[in-house]
Write a new protein. Structure first.
Lengths: 250, 265
């Protein structure tokens, strides 16, 4: 495998079965993920995007195909719902992963506390999640994912449950955090603008069974943060192209 | 502590006044009931031989205390309830954990459990007496039969009803089944567990009294049975009233424990 590739899938397929039918969710998917990139994946709803992430996160097994990973690649998975435990404080919530993985060492705790400090959540460490706004909770969930210091973040529509303004400001956050901490991320979204403004590359998937329709390297004239990226002259060009690729019929 | 504004104080005052009014009304209803009862009994409108009266009940209580009997009966009943409550909690928690842990076992035993749960357990009374003898063993067995199946089913239902997202999250962290159980299933179901314990306690109460009616030589159920056999209605009604008071107190204790545990948030 090339040096700058963290992970690649070879002819990945996934079928679901019930009594009457066989559903092909994913068929022969070949995707590679480059080091330090944000790879955005868009596709029609129900096309198997989330299934792809759950296979990478080892929550489900593929039916066919292979996944090749860089040696000792650690993965952090962030779900659509923040799933913060209401009975734990913010600090205990973000330490959950370390606790489960039996990695609760002084250094790791300090690293997590530093993350809380850096991203403005330290003063809430002894509060319970119910006292926090939706945006804050998602930020806590992101820090919980980062606490185990994974190389690759799998983000499954992390902000889709939030209102538009919060989502915009959190996508700035997200980019900053990923770039600052030197992470790689796969971001699944149904929001084209989010994909183009955040992603270094955008992969468009087809309807079920899901295969690759097109891949775009996002080359904006002046690439900065996601909010400003939306004003870039080339933003609309990509938006238009991807919209056509998605071929939405209602 | 923050300092309350005058409007806030006024609001709290009103709220407190309303609560006090509710409690006063409740006490009034109880007093009203007993006064009317006593009045009707005094006027000879109801037959005290069949329906007793508050003053006769007080006399019966004093008699029981004098003979040094009341507290030993009370003590027996409470300890039987407690013993069967603790045993049924432990067994039910253990079995429901196994059912949660292993889907195969749960699928195999589910129909048996619902069947046993819907079986009227009083029907087992005669068998229990024959097998366990006319002793405290029968009473506790009876109580376990009545309480345990519904408790197992309730525990198991709340375990499998746990928010799937929490479990997915833990699985994505490579958690073992043990971690999922102790870090998610138990803490997220704290409130469900306590309300099941409440039901379990009342079930044990029912079971113990039922058992005492069938076999015992001591306890409140025995007093009721004995009273009816010698046609001492005063004794029967006294025992029933004490029973009501006792179950109220036990229920209250669990509610307080509930508050202490849930308060943390």
């Amino acid at each position: 495998m090339e040096d700058n590739v963290l992970l690649k899938t070879i002819n990945l397929s996934k079928n679901y079965y019930n009594d009457k039918t066989e559903i092909k969710a994913i068929e022969n998917l070949n995707i590679h993920v480059l080091n330090n990139e944000i790879l955005a994946i868009v596709g029609p709803s129900g096309c198997g995007k989330s299934t792809f992430l759950s296979i990478l996160a080892n929550l489900e097994k593929q039916t066919n195909g292979k996944i090749i990973m860089k040696k000792n690649l650690s993965i952090g998975y962030m779900l659509q719902s923040d799933s913060l435990f209401p009975w734990l404080t913010i600090l205990d919530n973000v330490l959950l992963g370390l606790d489960i993985k039996k990695m609760k060492t002084g250094n790791n705790i300090e690293y997590t506390i530093n993350l809380l400090k850096k991203y403005g959540l330290y003063e809430f460490r002894d509060q319970y999640p119910d006292n926090l706004s939706g945006g804050m909770r998602q930020r806590v969930a992101l820090i919980r994912t980062l606490a185990t210091n994974p190389d690759l973040l799998l983000l499954d529509e992390p902000y889709s449950a939030l209102d538009y303004q919060t989502r915009l400001s959190l996508s700035n956050d997200l980019q900053e955090i990923i770039k600052n901490e030197g992470k790689t991320a796969i971001l699944i979204t149904h929001d084209l603008a989010e994909a183009i403004s955040l992603g270094d590359r955008v992969i468009v998937l087809s309807k079920r069974p899901c295969t690759i329709k097109s891949i775009y390297n996002i080359n904006l004239n002046n690439k900065t943060n996601p909010i400003d990226n939306r004003k870039d002259p080339k933003f609309n060009y990509y938006y238009d192209k991807i919209w056509r690729d998605l071929d939405v019929h209602i | 502590m923050s300092i309350y504004s005058n409007e806030h104080k006024e609001y709290l005052k009103k709220k407190r006044r309303k609560t006090i009014f509710v409690h006063m009304t409740q006490i009034f209803i109880i007093l009203f009931f007993f006064i009317i009862w006593e009045y009707l009994a005094n006027k000879g409108i109801i037959n005290t031989f069949l329906y007793s009266s508050p003053s006769l009940i007080i006399k019966t209580i004093i008699n029981l205390i004098k003979q040094n009997n009341l507290f030993s009966h009370l003590f027996i009943t409470i300890s039987e309830v407690m013993i069967s409550f603790i045993i049924s909690c432990i067994i039910a928690l253990f079995i429901s954990t196994i059912l949660w842990w292993n889907e195969f076992i749960s699928r195999v035993f589910n129909p048996f459990l619902s069947n046993l749960n819907s079986l009227p357990k009083v029907a087992l009374g005669p068998l229990i007496i024959i097998w366990a003898g006319a002793s405290i063993k029968s009473i506790i067995l009876m109580s376990l039969m009545i309480s345990i199946f519904v408790t197992i089913i309730n525990f198991h239902q709340s375990f499998i009803g746990t928010d799937k997202n929490y479990i997915t999250l833990l699985k994505s962290m490579n958690a073992k089944k043990k971690d999922i159980f102790f870090k998610v299933i138990i803490p997220s179901n704290k409130e469900n567990i306590i309300s099941t314990l409440k039901i379990n306690l009342s079930m044990n109460f029912i079971g113990v009294i039922m058992g005492e009616l069938l076999v015992s030589k001591k306890g409140l159920g025995y007093l009721i049975m004995y009273g009816s056999q010698v046609f001492n209605i005063n004794l029967v009604i006294t025992a029933i009233l004490i029973l009501g008071l006792l179950s109220f107190i036990l229920y209250y204790i669990i509610t307080i424990i509930n508050k202490l545990i849930v308060k943390k948030r």
